[in-house]
Design a protein around this ligand. Structure first.
Ligand SMILES: Nc1ncnc2c1ncn2[C@@H]1O[C@H](COP(=O)(O)OP(=O)(O)OP(=O)(O)O)[C@@H](O)[C@H]1O
Ligand SMILES: [Mg+2]
Length: 358
């Protein structure tokens, strides 16, 4: 038996023509339905709408197809004398010519708009790619600086502390004022080392990769509460799954920015952090009891800064959603990220630390 070989993308290529044919049929039915109202006048009108629709949504070929199909249909069914071919008779020629010219103009406009929309979409996609790339580079850079600070500056400061300590121990015959100065230098070096450690941890939380989101969030919230004097209530399960670096880092950055915003903008003395997950998604909520996002004419006058735009980009890149709800009693930021399909069990994925040990 003879078989016809069709190129694999033939279906994709024919689909727009199929839809433009449906559009043409719809125009035909609509024109028939309008006949009792408009009689035999404007035989081409509904086909021209179909042409504009086809050219805009399906492209040049389908637009031309609808135009060519519409001409005999308008002629045969709706131009008196009906059920005859008269499109190219001297009487009908001007109207046929007008139909063809107007249709070509509609197709040209549709195709131009289509092209512009495609260009815009491509530019948007490139922008999205660029901002995702920038966020990734920023994370990488933060990680590198954090490591350098911890491993280099931090170690030097620790060495200075030790050396000064030894000097104080060994130099028994130094004047008391000098020993006092040395002790002061030790104190300053210790404070400096602790500051470097805090900055390094804020830039890139080491616990996130080692122990996961739950531990990193607890540790960050504790430090934040001490630094800001804002009480942080945590509702974070201890046995949270591991969700992979991208998801955990994105949620952690949302937490950091949201808590910073609570401190900078809300005036709240309390913040509540909730993290939860089921088989399909993981979510993070940061709620405060502050003055809320400023309102204008009953709507949130929300001017996104780098903080909220960054959060939005991070969550969008992982196909998630980020929502803000706010009134005079406080603000809620909620990030939800869908999880890749696959069986999960409570915290069975080995942590980096566990993997290293085993
Ligand atoms: N928890 C909050 N309470 C009250 N207002 C908030 C809160 N979070 C955000 N806002 C409002 O939303 C605005 C945008 O926040 P966003 O984090 O994008 O920018 P920012 O904090 O002003 O600057 P940055 O770019 O440094 O983060 C803030 O200026 C503030 O008016
Ligand atoms: Mg901010």
């Amino acid at each position: 038996m003879e078989t016809f070989f069709l190129p694999p993308d033939i279906g994709r290529k024919l689909r727009p023509y199929f839809f433009s044919f449906l559009t043409f049929l719809l125009a035909l039915i609509l024109r028939e339905a309008l006949t009792p109202i408009v009689g035999m006048s404007l035989p081409h009108a509904t086909f021209m709408v179909a042409i504009a629709f086809s050219a805009w949504f399906f492209g040049l070929g389908p637009g031309l197809f609808t135009m060519i199909a519409g001409l005999p249909a308008a002629d045969y069914f709706f131009t008196p004398p009906i059920h005859t071919w008269s499109a190219f008779t001297p009487v009908e020629l001007p109207s046929t010519f007008t139909y063809l010219v107007a249709s070509c103009a509609l197709i040209a406009m549709g195709v131009a708009n289509r092209r512009r929309a495609a260009e815009l979409e491509e530019k948007n996609a490139r922008l999205r790619e660029l901002s995702a790339h920038l966020l990734r580079s920023q994370d990488e850079e933060r990680r590198r600086i954090a490591r350098e600070l911890h491993d280099s500056v931090g170690q030097y400061l620790a060495a200075i502390c030790m050396t000064l300590g030894r000097m104080i121990n060994d130099a028994k015959d130094l004047p008391a004022a000098m020993v006092e100065l040395l002790e002061e230098a030790v104190e300053i070096s210790r404070a400096c080392a602790s500051e470097v450690r805090t900055i390094s941890h804020l830039l890139h939380p080491p616990l996130l990769e080692e122990m996961g989101l739950s531990s990193a969030v607890r540790s960050y919230a504790e430090g934040f509460a001490t630094r800001s004097a804002i009480q942080v209530q945590l509702d974070v399960p201890n046995d949270l799954h591991r969700f992979g670096t991208n998801i955990e880092l994105a949620l952690f950055r949302v937490l950091q920015e949201s808590l910073t915003n609570v401190h900078r903008h809300s005036g709240s003395k309390i913040a509540r952090v909730t993290i939860g997950a089921d088989a399909h998604q993981v979510w993070l909520e940061v709620r405060d009891r502050g003055k809320g996002i400023p309102q204008k004419e009953g709507r949130p006058a929300f001017r996104p800064g780098v903080g909220t735009s960054g959060m939005q980009e991070r969550i969008k890149e992982l196909a998630g959603t980020l929502e803000f709800s706010s009134d005079q009693t406080g603000t809620l930021v909620k990030a939800v990220i869908p999880l890749p399909a696959g069986p999960r069990s409570a915290n069975t994925e080995p942590t980096v630390a566990q993997r290293r040990v085993s």
